[in-house]
Structure formats: structure tokens, C-alpha cells
Design a protein around this ligand. Structure first.
Ligand code: C5P
Length: 231
């Protein structure tokens, strides 16, 4: 099977309060989007990347990736799942149902390539797919409905933080996302759509520092992590 990279990058990054979407903030003078795409594509595992962009995106045109023949773009949608579905639709002519799709957050530039390699290897021959995830190490509290006080402590036994890449067969992922959409099931990652369709994605342990740049404080941390990475 071929491996395709689908990168939803149509979000506007409301939690960042910057002058631009977070994927266009810079680390070492490069857009996060360019770092993420080039690090994954340079592994040589992918037949191509499809990046879903916002209709009003004014930044991609000045990225390095715009000149990269491995990178194609399509128009994203209102929700992350719509952007991923748009990416899958744009790959329709080149991807087969049995091909693998790896969906990766544009804002996770620090993915360790060893984790990517482990994901690919662990899922070889699998009929469903899975995701990189890290065991929860903090104690987890659920607050009472209002008031900011603790209602209960949730056992962290068997709890994982879902990361990306999330890797699924093209046909199964497309079906699952369409099903979730038709049933109006709110999903925040691809695995939850696949779960709602009745499958059990495989949890593949990854590094805890596969950081999603979300708030301004994450930016220097991501820069530091990238400096430590030695692929
Ligand atoms: O906001 P959050 O970090 O959860 O977004 C996760 C990813 O989904 C980001 O890469 C963002 O660009 C993408 N996204 C998208 N289309 C949307 C909303 C989010 O591609 N409508």
C-alpha cells in the first residue's frame, strides 16, 4: 500500500491570540507548517502530502512548502473532520481503499521520527489502524458542574493522551468520518470517528513531548525540543 500524509491546517488557532494562524508562527525563521511537513516528508515514507487550508489563508503562498512538489493543497472545512474529509476527497484519484492515510496536526512539529517509524511498523498488515498516544501521568480531576471545585478524581488507569499521526486505511477512515458526520457525532480526532464506527484503533506508545503548539508559551518550548532532536 501507499502511505499518504493528510495535514489539516485550516484552523484559525483562536487560543494563540497572534496576528496569524499558529501554523505560520516561526521557529528558527521557518513556519511551523514548513518544519512539520519537511520533517515528515524527508523520511521518504510518503507518496505525497495533502494539506487542507482555510479559504482565507494568506500565508501558505509565502511558505517553503508551496514550492515543494510533494505537497498538494485543498480547501478545508468548518470542522477539523471536514478538513480531513476534504483532504481524502482530494486524494480520491490517487489513493486506493487499502492505502494508509496518516493524519497529522500541522501544529506538531516536534514529532520524533522514531515514533513515526514505530507507528508504521506496529500497524503493518493491520486492517484498521491506530494512533500515537502517551500514557496519562498526571492525576486527573473532574470538576463539579460549576464553581471550579473538584467533584471527583478519575482513575488514570488505562488512560492515554491521543496524539498524531493517526493512521488508518483510506477507505475505512473516509467511511467512518462520513458516518460520524451523518450521525452528528462530535469528534476531535480521527480515531474517535473510527471508534464510533465500531472498530478499535491500536494505541502505539509515543513520546510525551510530541507537543501540539496551542498557546504562546508552547513556541519557545517547541524550539528547544527541535534543537534537541537529532533525526
Ligand atoms: O485547534 P486544534 O489545535 O485542535 O486544531 C487541530 C488541527 O486541526 C490543526 O492542525 C488545525 O489547523 C486543524 N483544523 C482544520 N480545520 C478546521 C479546524 C481545525 O484543519 N476547521
Amino acid at each position: 500500500p501507499h502511505y499518504w500524509l493528510v495535514v489539516p491546517a485550516a484552523g484559525i488557532g483562536q487560543r494563540m491570540s497572534a496576528d496569524r494562524p499558529k501554523q505560520y508562527l516561526q521557529i528558527r525563521n521557518r513556519f511551523i507548517l514548513d518544519i512539520t511537513l519537511s520533517r515528515l516528508l524527508d523520511t521518504g515514507h510518503f507518496s505525497g502530502a495533502m494539506v487542507a487550508l482555510h479559504a482565507d489563508d494568506q500565508w501558505f503562498a509565502s511558505s517553503e512548502s508551496v514550492q515543494d512538489s510533494r505537497v498538494s493543497t485543498c480547501l478545508g472545512g468548518a470542522e477539523r473532520a471536514d478538513s480531513v474529509l476534504a483532504g481524502l476527497a482530494a486524494l480520491r484519484d490517487v489513493a486506493s481503499d487499502e492505502d494508509w492515510v496518516l493524519v497529522h496536526d500541522v501544529a506538531r512539529p516536534c514529532l520524533a521520527i522514531a515514533d513515526l517509524t514505530r507507528l508504521l511498523k506496529d500497524l503493518e498488515g493491520d486492517s484498521v489502524g491506530g494512533l500515537l498516544a502517551a500514557p496519562v501521568s498526571d492525576t486527573i480531576k473532574r470538576q463539579i458542574a460549576s464553581g471550579g471545585r473538584v467533584g471527583e478524581t478519575v482513575s488514570r488507569d488505562g488512560l492515554w493522551r491521543a496524539q498524531t499521526p493517526q493512521q488508518f486505511r483510506y477507505g475505512l477512515l473516509k467511511q467512518s468520518l462520513e458516518l460520524a458526520k451523518s450521525k452528528d457525532i462530535a469528534i476531535t480526532d480521527e480515531a474517535s470517528a473510527v471508534e464510533a464506527a465500531g472498530y478499535a484503533p491500536k494505541l502505539v506508545p509515543g513520546r510525551a513531548d510530541n507537543l501540539k503548539v496551542t498557546v504562546p508559551e508552547d513556541l519557545p518550548l517547541a524550539g528547544w525540543l527541535l534543537d534537541q532532536i537529532d533525526d
